[in-house]
Design a protein around this ligand. Structure first.
Ligand code: HEC
Length: 127
């Protein structure tokens, strides 16, 4: 008996993570944060912030605990005091603001084209 096998192409699932990528319009600050993230954070957190050699939980987007920082100031202060984990003094406050802006753009809290101003940060809620 002859049987026909229909190989149906299963819908290819693309895990789509929205990143404030270099191709999309983004502010200077967010672009600077993206470059710093690649250099100082990605080794432990992954290029896309989803998981890396140092930490297996996403740090933005779905599954992240980023809302526990409550607002952009809370996130900045954590990054300022704690990250990069191997030496939090490596980067300036300005750099930490840029990285925080990049993280919040990827999380969808701010537009990738926005600048995160320290004076406004406490009023920017993270959900
Ligand atoms: C050497 C590895 C390493 C590097 C480099 C590193 N991290 Fe982390 N990161 C960790 C670890 C480990 C934790 C968990 C710390 C804890 O639970 O106390 C963490 C936690 C975090 C968290 C909190 C995550 C959560 O689930 O609440 C944030 C935000 C974060 N890192 C941001 C950064 C940023 C931004 C950089 C770059 C400036 C960076 N990290 C660089 C290892 C690293």
């Amino acid at each position: 008996m002859r049987s026909l096998v229909f190989a149906a192409l299963a819908g290819v699932t693309v895990a789509f993570v929205s990143l404030a990528s270099a191709d999309a319009p983004r502010s200077q600050q967010v672009g600077h944060g993206a470059r710093l993230f690649a250099d100082y954070c990605a080794a432990c957190h992954g290029d896309d912030g989803r998981a890396g050699a140092g930490y297996q939980t996403p740090i933005w987007g779905q599954g992240a605990k980023i809302a526990r920082f409550e607002n952009a100031m809370g996130l900045f202060e954590y990054n300022q005091m704690m990250m990069p984990f191997d030496d939090p003094t490596k980067l300036s406050d300005e750099d930490k603001w840029a990285i925080s802006a990049y993280m919040l753009a990827n999380h969808g809290t701010i537009a990738p084209t926005a600048e995160l101003a320290p004076a406004a940060a406490a009023a920017i809620a993270i959900k």
